[in-house]
Design a protein around this ligand. Sequence first.
Ligand code: NAD
Length: 298
Amino acid sequence: MSSSKSSNVIDGKAVAAAVIKECLTEVDALRRHNVVPGLAVVLVGEDPASKVYVGAKARTCLELGIYSRKIELPAETTQEELIGVVHDLNRDPAIHGILVQSPPPKHIDEEAVIRAIDPRKDVDGFHPENVAKLALEDPTGFVPCTPAGCLRLLKAAGISTTGADAVVIGRSMIVGKPMAFLLMAKGTDATVTIAHSRSTDLPGICRRADILIAAVGRPEMVKADWVKDGAVVIDVGINRVDDPSTKKGYRLVGDVAYDEVAPKCRAITPVPGGVGPMTIALLMKNTLQAARQQTRVV
Ligand code: NAD
């Protein structure tokens, strides 16, 4: 990926490192009041990608001095048992943030599990109370980590969003919808279009975008002729594609055909090394927000 070294690349690792540095200061402030922030991550089953994400979250907690509790449950755990674990964590004063790693096994209703999490500890920001707070622009709510990370990347790259035409591809509750709310919020002030699998003329919609956010899960779907010259492109997609030339037999690509799109862009995020590192950094931020709100010491 030779073009990844050019000056229009937004370096997600560097911006994430800056967020982690802010978190260190926030952890210190809490610790001075004898508060050790705590995050519980619940993993049900053996999904290999989920194990990687959970491991990375625990390592970042350790690096920051955040207490982390990893709860690994067998794939056959029932929904009632899982909700029982969540209720125990809701009551545990050492735990300020709870997340249940997605996706759970098919027999579990993820929505019901999310609703069981105390909204004050819902650091993923998926509970209906936090979804409503995002829509209401209430800063006491938790904003989902990936879209919050995308917005932070735009700010770090000095991109002005006011009055910009922003197009978000994807309408999931995890990325697309909260991304749209953040972009249209007061202070960010973009004009937002959400496109999805039933949109007609997706290339035409994308070509209008000053800021294009792709959160689809389709490898290299966004082509060069979908992108306006000088647009800013944020690629949320993480897709494995077969590549026998690599040790693992696959490589990761985004939803954007990077090599052909990057030369047209004012700024673009690579995959990997773009949005991915931001998601964990913002999870740490949310955990510290939860610890502050629950203890009220700082
Ligand atoms: P999802 O499957 O829940 O949603 C995908 C969305 O894309 C849907 O709203 C659907 O309408 C839309 N879509 C599907 N096919 C389309 C098409 N042909 N044209 C237009 N729209 C189409 O996925 P998600 O959870 O929102 O994740 C999207 C991608 O982002 C995935 O690759 C996922 O791995 C990645 N992701 C990355 C991070 C990160 O930290 N970087 C975090 C979350 C998700």
